[in-house]
Structures are given as C-alpha cells and as structure tokens.
Design a protein around this ligand. Sequence first.
Ligand SMILES: [Zn+2]
Length: 413
Amino acid sequence: MKMSQAFIYTFKDIPSEIKGTSVSLLWRAGFIDRLGSGIYSFLPLGWRVHQKISQIIREEMNKIAALEICLPALQPKELWRETSRWDKIDPPLFQLKDRHGKELALGSTHEEVITDIVRKRVKSFKDLPLILYQIQAKFRNEQRATSGLLRTREFIMKDAYSFHPDEENLEDTYKKIISAYKKIFQRCGLPTLQVKADTGTIGGVSSHEFMVVSQAGEDKILLCPKCGFAANVEVYQDDNCPSCKSRLEQKDTIEIAHIFNLGTEYSEKMGAYYLDNKDKRQPIVMGCYGIGVGRLLASIVEVSHDKNGIIWPKNIAPFQIHLVLLNNEKKIIEQANKIYQDFTKENIDVLLDDRPISAGQKLVESDLIGIPLRVIISSKTVEKNQVEIKARAGEKTSYLDMAGMVDKIKKML
Ligand SMILES: [Zn+2]
C-alpha cells in the first residue's frame, strides 16, 4: 500500500477523553477512532492488525476441529428467561424493544443461543463431542468504559462452545483449547499466564483465565515465583503458595481470555439432552471459551511500545516492511517503486511512504506506527546502490546491497 493513497492520519496530541497507554498510541498512530464512551472504530491500519489476530485464532481453532459459525447479536428475551440471566448477568444486557413491543437483548455472550441450536439437533452420543466457535460482535452495558480498548461496550470476541457426553470427554477438549490458546498468544508475540479464576455470572464448575502482566490491567493475580502457581485474587487469597509454600507475589494483569467448564448447568436448564449408548437420556456437558480480539490487540501495545510509539510483533503487524523514501528526487522514486514491486511480487506486505513531506516527519510517524522493519531509500543509498535497514525494536542501522536484497530481507521477516 502507498501512503499517498492510504487512509492514515497520525496526531501529536490526543483528545482529553482518551486515557491509557495503548488507546492513546493506537489513536495517535491512526489505528482507531473513538465514537463515544467504550465505542471504537478500527481504521485501515487497525483493522489489518485485528484481521491478522482473528486469522491466527481461526487457524488454531480449526486445527482442533472447531467449526466456525456466526450467531446473531439480537437475542429474544424468552431464551434468556430459560437460564434466568435476563436480569442477572453482569455487566447487564443492553435491552431493547422492537416496534411490536417484543423484548430483545444485544448479546454479551451466546450460551443461550448456541444451546438452543444444539438441543434442536444433537440427539445421540454419536453426535458428540462438538466444538463450535465464532468471531463476532458482543455488547456489554458497562458501568464505566474508561480503559480504552481494554473495557468497551461493543467489541469483537472469539467465543467457542463445546458439547460432550461426559466430564472426562470435556476435560480432553479443555486441554486442547488451552494448548490452542497458548499457540495463539505465542504467535501474536504476547507473553501470558494461565490462572485459576472465578466463574462469575457465566457459572459452571470451574474456569481459567489467560493474563498479561501489565499495570494497565484491572485484575490482580497471585503468582508463585518458584513453581509458577497462579490464581486470580478472587479465588485465592493466602500469602503462601498452596503447592510449594513460597511467598506469593501480587501482579496487575489484563484478562485476555477466559475459559469455563460449564458442566450441565445450561443443558439442564434449557433441556439439551442426548441418548447414551444404553439409550439413557443424559444432559450434555458443556464448556465455553472466549478471547477478546480488541483487548488482545490493545494488550500487545501495552507491553510492546517505547516513547516513540508502537512496536508490533512481526506476525500481527499491519505491514511487514515500512519502505520510506527520504526525499522525492526522480532517481529515488524510481528505485523505491522497483523495490516496492519486488516485495509485492514476493507477497511481502509493504507500506511505501511516498508522501511529499519532510524526512524527519516520515521517520517520526514510522516509529509511531511501529512496523517491525524499516527500509530507507535516500540520495546516499541510491548513490551506493544500497538500502538502509533498521528494526523498529532496535537502535542499529545497517546497509544491504541492492543485489540479492529482497532474499536477504525475506529471511529477516
Ligand atoms: Zn509455588
């Protein structure tokens, strides 16, 4: 993509209502816009990152045989009455009436909808196990939506639901989900901790969260520095580790994923039963598994930035290479266009800064946007038939000869 034709606007200052490190950087670097309290738009740069994260999630879910679906945001009240959550879920539902006076909610989660679909179709143990997931919009009627993208009223979430004949079968899938999640966060370049957690108003038997250690987080965990035991303070309050008795450390964390063993709570309330191999009627055992995509994106910025801007991990960066012309002489433009085409031919995502603005401003904006590798073309490099390269995360610059340059750069990506 060429910046002269792109929709990228960066800012030196931020509006007073934008508070927090990640949201400020994303707003200044042109990734997002804020429409109102807890309501954000993803602009072309931001949506590219969001899509790359979604695609990593999709690939890892598909590898464990989860099937992708798309469920409606609008959900009838009757369904929520079946589980008694219409008035009880926390944060509360956005509730509305249609023109006929019929009450509906904008879904904050989809246990009711998915259980309704499954109870109409799954009849036998032969239909189980089953994992269904979606990457779709959720709405939460938050009391305070003041933490930027970390706590919003509308957001896109990956939510998966699993269905099993028994607890043992669920445990097997639960472990597969944990290992898929670990791969997802690893591919996104985000270090996480898996902790024991409270089940809250989702309910069920037990739950785990995946946490990112960050001062921006609203959750607190206790972590054992010796054996790695970790739990949310909501479920464990002792000073010492239950496994090795070492003194626990308290950390501020951001919750980026939450997984639940739901047991038979939903299937019993909503009548989702199957016939086992002895023709006996049994409630389906369920699990649910969420990842907030926008929150994951913001958490990456919280832990990966410096005073000049964002530093994107390579797999989810909006582009792999930022190709910057330091001035717009004819010779430089010609060489930049050639390099741009060479990268594009090799399927490398490249953002070309071909705008007629000062070199200083281009470099400042390049640091702010945070693409992992910068390739610079200037009068000096053209004269020597070279390019200058610099990793966003480092200080050092180096030079590569034009001959074989694309292959050498491909190896760095
Ligand atoms: Zn320990």
